[in-house]
Design a protein around this ligand. Structure first.
Ligand SMILES: O=P(O)(O)OC[C@H]1O[C@H](O)[C@H](O)[C@@H](O)[C@@H]1O
Length: 279
């Protein structure tokens, strides 16, 4: 296989929306409902490089989150956020129905966090009036294993300072920046600085965006936590693929099963994590 095969980008369109997806990482790059601003944010120039993660879109984080987690604390596993987002996935299928279309990818992963048990991953992307991404993970090995995963969606907003995130009120969170363990979300969330929080909540989330005059509804299934991330101005400077003001144009809302809520899979067992984004 040569580099050209690794970096295939596919574009799909139906009566309701358009979708762009890269075989490398099975990475949704953008999703745009007809007549709307894009809902999934992507940088203007996508940088595709073997071994490097694509910025924006929906990175698939698996089979570990961040540097992994073991014995009650962060581990030191590399690459960050697992191998799924920096591997070529097998494009399997495209189907068009009346109300939606779907795309399917598969990936054989041999880098499970514990016991190096092989995992079979299947990823289904369904788009129409809404977008649903569903990651199915099956333990193909003979031993029990654990894995972490997240659907790391970059949600496009007109301006992060005018964006109201609701649905998390009362939830406790781990603040990965300050290290605070039991923060409690008071009311709606409006970001005012670098944010990296893992909420103990799987409640539906609404994103109210005055600039675009719309509310996005985000729901998840199989999820155990919700991660909210934005690097803010200074953090964004350290990220090569972001232009100067890009950080204002997205907030990452991630459906996740990570850290102490990692998924334990017996041989042959399956787990599905999905996220749906609708207007
Ligand atoms: O820059 P990346 O490797 O894509 O990670 C981006 C971010 O992903 C998640 O939201 C994590 O909670 C953050 O700690 C991390 O910085």
């Amino acid at each position: 296989m040569n580099d050209k095969d690794d970096f295939v980008i596919r574009e799909f369109e139906n009566a309701y929306s358009t979708l762009e997806i890269s075989d490398y990482g099975a990475h949704v790059l953008s999703w745009t409902p007809q007549g709307q601003w894009p809902v999934i944010w992507r940088p203007q120039a996508i940088s595709l490089q073997a071994g490097a993660a694509i910025r924006g879109g929906i990175p698939i984080v698996a089979p570990w989150f961040s540097a992994g987690y073991r014995d009650g604390k962060s581990a030191n596993t590399s690459p960050k956020h697992g191998t799924a987002r920096i591997s070529r996935w097998q494009y399997c299928d495209y189907r068009q129905e009346l109300s939606h279309s779907s795309v399917c990818y598969e990936y054989e992963c041999v880098d499970a966090d514990v016991a190096r048990t092989p995992l079979h991953m299947q990823y289904n992307i369904t788009f129409g009036e809404a977008l649903t991404v569903a990651l199915k993970i099956r333990n193909k090995g003979r031993a029990q294993t654990r894995c972490e995963c997240a659907l790391h969606s970059y949600i496009r907003v007109s301006d992060i300072s005018n964006t109201v995130i609701s649905g998390l009120a009362g939830a406790s969170y781990w603040n990965a920046i300050s290290g605070e363990v039991n923060g409690i979300q008071k009311g709606d969330l409006m970001l005012a600085g670098a944010t990296d929080r893992i909420y103990e909540s799987v409640n539906p989330i609404d994103i109210r965006d005055e600039g675009y005059g719309r509310v996005l509804h985000i729901t998840a299934e199989g999820s155990r936590q919700t991660v909210i991330w934005n690097p803010w101005e200074e953090g964004a400077r350290a990220i090569p693929d972001l232009d100067a003001c890009d950080w204002k144009r997205f907030v990452c809302i991630e459906a996740a099963a990570c850290r102490e809520h990692a998924v334990i899979l017996d041989p042959g067992e399956e787990y599905v994590l999905s996220q749906t984004i609708a207007l």
